[in-house]
Design a protein around this ligand. Structure first.
Ligand code: NAD
Length: 433
């Protein structure tokens, strides 16, 4: 506890020197971060292999490339984002001019999860640096190799009074949350999100909560089925389904159900080989506790595709479950693993009603060419963000703020929104005399 207190105090003292407010300082820090990531690239890839068995291609594409893309975008636009913006003034004050000044909050805390342990620690950090804050990262203890390299990279490149990493388990998080931060950016489960928000309330610290939930994917009868199968298999089984925006369950029009499951089966085989259990590059479930949780869900309904698992290796093969209903155990919690329950529908409306009554999803995916249906779903269902005729890719755009709503989170980031979320926007009205 003493250590956490001292670190926060040291960062606050450093923040008061005003150094982090200079644009040149922030740009230099982002450039240094880029150099650090380049220097540590092989270690990042090795750590993601050690912690989750991610292949180099998957680890680079879904973690390092996304972070570097965000970093370069911030470097390109930082001056423009940080420049005070003139806005109109009410006619009642004819000699007035109005400006909005973005300013850093101060000392930020970033708490990261284990599923994309590199991306979800360094992505928010880019926003914190760009906006001129000091920051402490608390990585997940469930991915120890990434946690260690995060510590080594940050402490090699930066003084700890500016940027620091505190490794540890729940106790470390709890001790950090007792301290007063000026901003808290949390990525993780909805349950822990509640704990974080309560702790933040003690100090009236603003928070962003990037949480999870059950994200539906809908395949309508007019969809391009082959394309939908490719994109759903990619989105669902990336990182063995341990992706916050992975499609959690599938709603499929009854006319195309059988054909579509055939295509899903073929796509799984094409992507992961004849026997996924022998594919050395298929990521494993993070730990035995999650494996056991998923093994229970695997007993639900009937495995139409897959269904095998291997506890010694923490492996579960891509599995499609039929014969489930809304009350099934697999429909009561975020699956967060390679299991896809499937519902058939003749009429989508009762399905949409059910989605609307449940906690708001982090993502929703809809495959159809029918624009009326696209508009109906977008109007009717509240969710964080999503795609039409694709999965996951909304979160790779610098121009689409990424975040949840309701129980899937609050606030968003990526692109300019990462700068804005770590900035207070100070409104100033100036009169000539
Ligand atoms: P988690 O909530 O268990 O842990 C996240 C972080 O919080 C870790 O660093 C952990 O040490 C810390 N933590 C755990 N318990 C705590 C407590 N009691 N008090 C304070 N801190 C605590 O989440 P996880 O298992 O690492 O990640 C999986 C969850 O995260 C899923 O629900 C997933 O959907 C969600 N997620 C969301 C996003 C998003 O961007 N919205 C991204 C990735 C993961």
């Amino acid at each position: 506890m003493e250590q956490e207190k001292q670190l926060v105090a040291a960062q606050r003292t450093f923040f008061y020197t005003g150094q982090t407010k200079s644009i040149e300082y922030r740009i230099r820090a982002l450039q240094q971060l880029r150099q650090g990531i380049e220097k540590y690239q092989q270690r990042i890839l090795d750590a993601l292999r050690a912690d989750l068995n991610k292949s180099e291609t998957e680890a680079y594409g879904s973690e390092i490339r996304i972070v570097l893309g965000e970093l370069d975008f911030a470097l390109e636009h930082l001056e423009e984002w940080a420049t005070p913006k003139p806005v109109p003034t009410n006619s009642a004050i004819p000699d007035g001019t109005s400006l909005i000044y973005p300013e850093p909050y101060g000392v930020a805390l970033i708490i990261a999860p284990w599923n994309y342990p590199f991306q979800l620690a360094f992505g928010p950090l880019i926003g914190a640096i760009a906006a001129g804050n000091c920051a402490i990262i608390k990585p997940s203890e469930l991915t120890p190799a990434v946690s260690r390299l995060t510590y080594d990279l940050i402490h090699e490149m930066f003084p700890s009074e500016y940027l620091a990493v505190m490794e540890g388990e729940v106790e470390t998080s709890t001790a950090l949350l007792k301290e007063k931060f000026d901003y808290i950016f949390f990525t993780g489960s909805t349950g822990v999100g509640r704990i974080v928000m309560k702790a933040a309330a003690e100090h009236l610290t603003p928070v962003t909560l990037e949480l999870g939930g059950k994200s539906p994917v809908i395949v309508h009868q007019d969809a391009d089925l082959k394309l939908a199968a490719q994109r759903i298999v990619r989105g669902k089984f990336l990182n063995a389904g341990q992706t916050c925006v992975a499609p959690d369950y599938l709603l499929i029009h009854e006319d195309v159900h059988d054909k579509f499951l055939e295509l899903i089966g073929a796509e799984i085989q094409d992507k992961f080989g004849d026997d996924v259990m022998k594919n050395a590059d298929f990521p494993h479930v993070v730990n035995a506790r999650n494996f056991d949780r998923l093994s229970v869900l695997l007993q639900d309904g009937k495995a139409m595709i897959g269904g095998r698992s291997e506890r010694d290796q923490l492996l579960i093969e891509p599995t499609v479950l039929g014969e489930v209903d809304w009350k099934s155990p697999v429909m009561q919690e975020e699956i967060f693993g390679p299991i896809l329950p499937v519902f058939k529908y003749a009429d989508l409306n009762p399905m949409l009603d059910e989605i609307v009554r449940r906690p708001k999803p982090l993502a929703l995916y809809l495959f159809t060419q029918d624009e009326d249906l696209q508009n109906q779903v977008l109007n009717q269902v509240s969710f964080g963000g999503g795609c039409i005729n694709d999965t996951l890719s909304h979160m790779t755009s610098h121009y689409l703020p990424f975040g949840g709503v309701g129980e899937s989170g609050m606030g968003s980031y990526h692109g300019q929104q990462s700068f804005d979320v770590f900035s207070h926007h100070k409104s100033i009205l100036k009169r000539s005399e």
